[in-house]
Design a binder for this molecule. Structure first.
Ligand code: TDO
Length: 184
């Protein structure tokens, strides 16, 4: 399991080594000992309290989602298919505040993102079926949902495919400028 930094402060990408044979493959998707050691916090991995999975059809965009209050840490991977995954740092005290980075998550390399609290997250499905799995370190609470429109002109995320389906909540999301006023 390789753990590498990204351009976003504190975000890391974990790349496992899938073992492939005639039957298919086996891959470790997460290693608590390596993760805790990387963070320098014994037991950090034990904080993840909810596992979730979403399935999307090609072109679907989910995002850009964040969480108010203490935020939430997230582990994100694509278990089936491929997604274009985007993170935006919304921590006002971060050296990478406002910076975004995109990652290809797929079922070939099984790259896995660790996202600390204080980020917007979203993705677009690139394959007919794309399953995204998350682990979060606080129980889901919709009253803390915050977000920015996936097509906000200031964020200007470059989605690779034409947009097919977006939820009503995401269509109604606010702007980057509004979010900045809120977090500052
Ligand atoms: C996220 C979530 C949703 N739900 C419910 C609420 C709703 O009825 C249904 C679908 O929820 P949503 O439309 O919010 O799902 P979705 O748009 O896929 O939301 C997800 O988007 C990606 C980008 C993330 O980063 C996730 O943290 C999460 O915000 O599932 C839960 O019960 N628990 C959860 O943790």
């Amino acid at each position: 399991m390789l753990i590498e930094p990204t351009t976003l402060a504190d975000v890391v990408v974990m790349t496992p080594q899938p073992f492939r044979d005639d039957r298919g493959l086996f891959t470790r998707t997460f290693d608590a000992a390596i993760f805790d050691d990387h963070l320098g916090r014994s037991g950090a991995s034990a904080a993840f309290v909810q596992d979730s999975q979403s399935r999307s059809v090609s072109g679907v965009i989910r995002g850009m989602h964040g969480r108010s209050g203490r935020g939430e840490a997230k582990l994100v991977r694509c278990a089936h298919g491929a997604v274009h995954d985007v993170l935006v740092d919304i921590r006002t005290d971060s050296p990478t505040f406002g910076v975004q980075e995109a990652f290809l998550l797929d079922d070939k390399d099984f790259r896995h993102l660790y996202v600390p609290p204080g980020f917007l997250h979203g993705f677009q499905a690139l394959t007919p079926v794309a399953d995204v799995c998350y682990r979060i370190d606080r129980p889901h609470d919709p009253s803390e949902d915050i977000g920015v429109a996936f097509d906000d002109p200031d964020l200007a995320v470059k989605w690779p495919l034409p947009v097919t389906i977006v939820s009503a909540r995401d269509r109604a999301a606010g702007s980057w400028q509004e979010l900045i006023r809120h977090v500052r």
